[in-house]
Design a protein around this ligand. Structure first.
Ligand SMILES: NC(=O)C1=CN([C@@H]2O[C@H](COP(=O)(O)OP(=O)(O)OC[C@H]3O[C@@H](n4cnc5c(N)ncnc54)[C@H](OP(=O)(O)O)[C@@H]3O)[C@@H](O)[C@H]2O)C=CC1
Ligand SMILES: Nc1nc2c(ncn2[C@@H]2O[C@H](COP(=O)(O)O)[C@@H](O)[C@H]2O)c(=O)[nH]1
Length: 327
């Protein structure tokens, strides 16, 4: 791999504006036959999403992926969402009991719209087998498989039947994979996304490392159809993480899915816990993201999200902030 870079190393080059107002720009995206307001999905982590947030997002036309860390609730959650005419989007792992869960869904004819296979090292036979199992049992369910960081992995998971792949090994804010194992796409996630997206014949979801709303537009430019975000969603009033007050300031707890806090034991720990600044209501952040992305589309010289795919870019190594702090 040559020419590696990350989000902060890139600036997109503006093209002539064709709208009179940014409000004309359409940020919506279609995935799995459903159209969503934004190409953004909150991470399927326990301090980012819960059933209440999932229901709110689905009701408001946003994509969501429920986490897999309360496995016993997934069946009733899926049924309840579908009874209310909402999209059901859940996560699974690859262990034996997950095969039983998929079989149970089929037996009860409870068919989730989306299932995400959520594993640290997605380029594995375990994930390939799970993709095949889900597709055999629930052929109508859209399967997202990950996480991966190479074109070879994208091709293999697509070949096994995945409808989309999720790219990002170690760029996350609470990730310590890169430190503990020496592996991953941390520090070059945007270049890895480009590398993977070029090989993909199905949608790619960029996962991890998004630090500003501009990074969403950059992900779209480099081939993502959707972006998964943890840390930017962790600090809301509604966020499931504990709220703490430190020196008169409010913070929310955010921990990794492979952290000791999630696992309940110190085994194969590849995640940490941190506190992020409290940032008010989730709906305000979603609105700000939409407005910022509308602005990105206008700078791209288009009206639709995919106009961003066509813009030029320049590499400005680690210099775009010039000492400014946005958030
Ligand atoms: N996107 C990212 O960069 C990362 C994300 N995570 C998140 O952490 C959570 C836990 O992930 P994960 O540990 O996969 O889930 P699990 O602990 O559920 O592991 C799933 C299965 O995969 C095996 N496994 C896990 N990692 C490896 C590996 N490197 N090589 C071979 N087998 C492996 C496990 O066995 P055994 O435990 O015995 O090895 C287990 O059987 C997930 O939600 C994941 O998204 C974690 C790390 C990186
Ligand atoms: N290496 C680890 N990665 C993790 C862990 N828990 C979650 N994640 C990944 O991070 C992203 C969110 O990244 P952010 O930069 O937006 O905060 C999430 O979607 C997972 O892919 C973990 O314990 N270790």
């Amino acid at each position: 791999m040559e020419n590696v870079f990350d989000y902060e190393d890139i600036q997109l080059v503006p093209a002539k504006c064709i709208v009179e107002s940014r409000s004309e720009c359409d940020t919506s995206v279609t995935l799995g036959g459903h159209t969503f307001k934004l190409p953004v999905v909150p991470a399927n982590m326990q301090t980012i999403i819960d059933e209440k947030i999932a229901r709110h997002l689905a009701t408001q036309g946003y994509f969501y992926i429920m986490h897999r860390f309360e496995p016993e609730t997934r069946m009733t959650f899926t049924q309840a969402m579908q009874e209310d005419g909402l999209i059901a989007s859940i996560s699974v792992g690859v262990k034996k009991e997950e095969y039983d869960f998929i079989n149970q869904l089929k037996e009860d004819q409870v068919i989730p719209d989306f299932i995400t296979i959520d594993i640290a090292h997605g380029h594995s036979q375990a994930v390939i087998e799970m993709i095949k199992h889900i597709k055999a049992q629930l052929p109508k369910t859209f399967v997202i498989a990950g996480n991966v960081g190479t074109p070879e992995a994208v091709r293999e998971l697509e070949h096994a039947g995945a409808d989309a792949t999720k790219v990002g090994i170690g760029p996350g804010k609470v990730c310590i994979t890169k430190i503990k194992t020496g592996f991953g796409t941390g520090g070059w996630q945007l270049a890895a996304l480009r590398w993977c997206a070029k090989a993909a014949s199905k949608p790619v979801i960029a996962d991890g490392g998004i630090r500003t709303h501009g990074d969403i537009a950059k992900s779209i430019r480099f081939g993502a159809s959707m972006v998964m975000i943890g840390s930017l969603f962790a600090g809301h009033e509604e966020s499931p993480g504990e709220t703490v007050e430190l020196n008169g300031m409010l913070y929310k707890e955010y921990f990794g899915s492979a952290s000791e806090y999630q696992k309940g034991e110190k085994k194969n720990v590849e995640g940490k816990k941190m506190h992020v600044e409290y940032r008010g209501k989730l709906k305000d952040t979603l609105l700000e993201m939409e407005q910022d992305l509308q602005s990105s589309i206008s700078y791209a010289g288009g009206k639709e999200l995919m106009a961003i795919r066509n813009v030029d870019y320049v590499v400005v190594k680690n210099s775009i902030f010039n000492g400014d702090k946005v958030y």
